[in-house]
Ligand binder design. Structure first.
Ligand code: NDP
Length: 451
């Protein structure tokens, strides 16, 4: 066998790359991870974590409003955006330090710089050529913006997390996870928000009832949703931006943010030259072992065309390290992957939507509950919670579970275990509820929705 300097070189120190590298190092492999930015990747530096910290910050506005009917007098509340951004950045520094320690503790060498794959067994980073038995590409994705005149005036979620001041007016383009999450953040802090979507409803691919329920709640919060609308041009006018729509009308705003999907970060990595097959959209083609078209080059996470979620990238990185260095071949199961949208209120789902279930099963039953959560009976806030179970009528197996409302992500995480175990509706019914809670609705729904 050829003698290489490393057993594994990983390109990208995000969630998937760090998990694979640290486990491989822990199993005794000689590993280097190459990173041109700070260690942590999208989730820690530009995604899940900073976004959720901003969401926590925005929710205090609701808590203060809701507290009044509970007898609290809150005077002189004022929000300082710079304090939030500074404290959020300190937390990211702390997490970055933890990631660095994890790599060090597992004997993983960190190579700082942009890495390029030279051939099957050679990677160049910072002018240095390193040889390796295996290569892992885990460089993630990057916001994808359409090319329209003036697009250079738009920001993405990357910049939205670093804005020096809070914009008074924000236009958000897109109706996916990032768009609805940031609509909630900006409106929570008091910005006037308009969301522009090219379809009829936000969150394509989610259960239709959930999509409608969220749109209603967003509108109650004065978030304007312009459906079937596209931006054709953005122009700068003094301090403001003029946004032209396909209807011909022009909107004035302080800030326009695009959240129109993310593309694999594969440009300039030398992959085509090394013979790694890419899809048209630039993502890497892999098999169920995370192997690319080159037998010793692997890819995990958002750089592949699979589910773009941090926990999935972590599972893929974990499976790869186990297969290569722990004699344990395992495959990630992509069925019943739960996910949450940290919109306001949040959404969480696992399993099939009603629409998908109708296509795949002959007969289904739908149970749903739509109610004002107990906390808002006194707070007076006009916000609903919506919950839904989709069941296979023949087998009684719960195919899908969907929720929009306070704590949905915390609730659905537990339900996802039951769904993964193939739980039946009868077993949900036999489970004792926790009272008073919203979650108990999932075990007390008895009436099928009449279709
Ligand atoms: P999504 O794929 O979720 O949504 C993209 C949105 O942009 C869709 O509404 C799409 O419309 C619209 N769109 C795409 N192209 C255009 C265009 N040219 N003009 C106008 N609209 C356009 O992407 P996001 O950027 O929101 O997020 C990327 C991924 O990151 C998500 O899919 C998710 O996997 C992950 N993520 C997960 C989070 C979580 O777990 N909470 C949070 C944030 C991100 P249409 O529906 O019509 O195609």
């Amino acid at each position: 066998m050829a003698d290489y300097e490393y057993d594994l070189i990983t390109l990208g120190a995000g969630s998937g790359g760090v998990r694979a590298s640290r486990l491989a190092g822990g199993y005794g492999a000689k590993v280097a991870v190459c990173e041109e930015d700070r260690v942590g990747g999208t989730c820690v530096l530009r995604g899940c974590i900073p976004k959720k910290l901003l969401i926590f910050g925005a929710h205090y506005a609701d808590h203060m409003e809701d507290a009044v009917n509970y007898g609290w007098t809150i005077g002189g509340a004022h929000h300082d955006w710079q304090t939030l951004i500074r404290n959020k950045n300190s937390e990211l520094d702390r997490l970055n330090g933890i990631y660095l320690n994890i790599l060090k503790d597992n004997n993983v060498y960190l190579k700082q710089g942009r890495a390029v794959v030279i051939d099957d067994h050679t990677v160049e980073v910072g002018g240095e050529r390193l040889t390796t038995e295996n290569i892992l590409i885990a460089v993630g994705g990057w916001p994808n913006l359409p090319s329209i005149p003036g697009i250079e005036h738009a920001i993405t979620s990357n910049e939205a997390l670093e804005l020096p001041i809070l914009p008074k007016k924000v236009v958000i383009v897109g109706g996916g996870y990032i768009a609805v999450e940031f609509a909630g953040i900006f409106s929570g802090f008091g910005s006037s928000v308009t969301e522009i979507i090219r379809g009829e409803e936000v969150l394509r691919g989610f259960d239709n009832d959930i999509r409608k329920s969220l749109s209603e709640e967003m509108r109650k919060r004065d978030i304007k949703i312009l459906a079937k609308t596209e931006v054709t041009e953005i122009k700068k006018s003094g301090q403001n931006l003029l946004v032209t729509l396909n209807s011909g009308s022009v909107m004035e705003t302080d800030c326009i943010m695009y959240a129109t999907g993310r593309a694999a970060n594969t440009k300039g990595l030398g992959l085509e030259k090394a013979g790694v097959e890419l899809k048209k959209d630039g993502s890497i083609v892999v098999d169920k072992c995370n192997r690319t078209s080159r037998s010793n080059i692997y890819a995990v996470g958002d750089v592949t065309d699979r589910i773009q979620l941090t926990p999935v990238a972590i599972q893929e990185g974990h499976a790869l390290a186990d297969m290569l260095f722990n004699k344990n071949k395992q495959f990630v199961d992509y069925s019943n992957v739960p996910s949450a949208v940290f919109s306001t209120p949040p959404i969480a789902v696992v399993g099939l939507t009603e629409e998908e279930a109708k296509e795949q099963f002959e007969y289904i039953d739908v149970y749903e509950s739509n109610f004002k959560p107990l906390v808002h009976t006194i707070s007076g806030r006009d916000e609903r919670t919506f919950m839904k179970l989709v069941v296979d009528s023949k087998t009684d197996v719960v195919l899908g579970c969907h929720m929009m409302g306070i704590d949905a992500p915390e609730i659905i995480q537990g339900i996802a275990i039951a769904i993964k175990c193939g739980a039946k509706k009868g077993q949900f019914d036999a489970t004792t509820g926790i009272h008073p809670s919203s979650a108990e609705e999932f075990v007390t729904m008895r009436s099928k929705r009449s279709n």
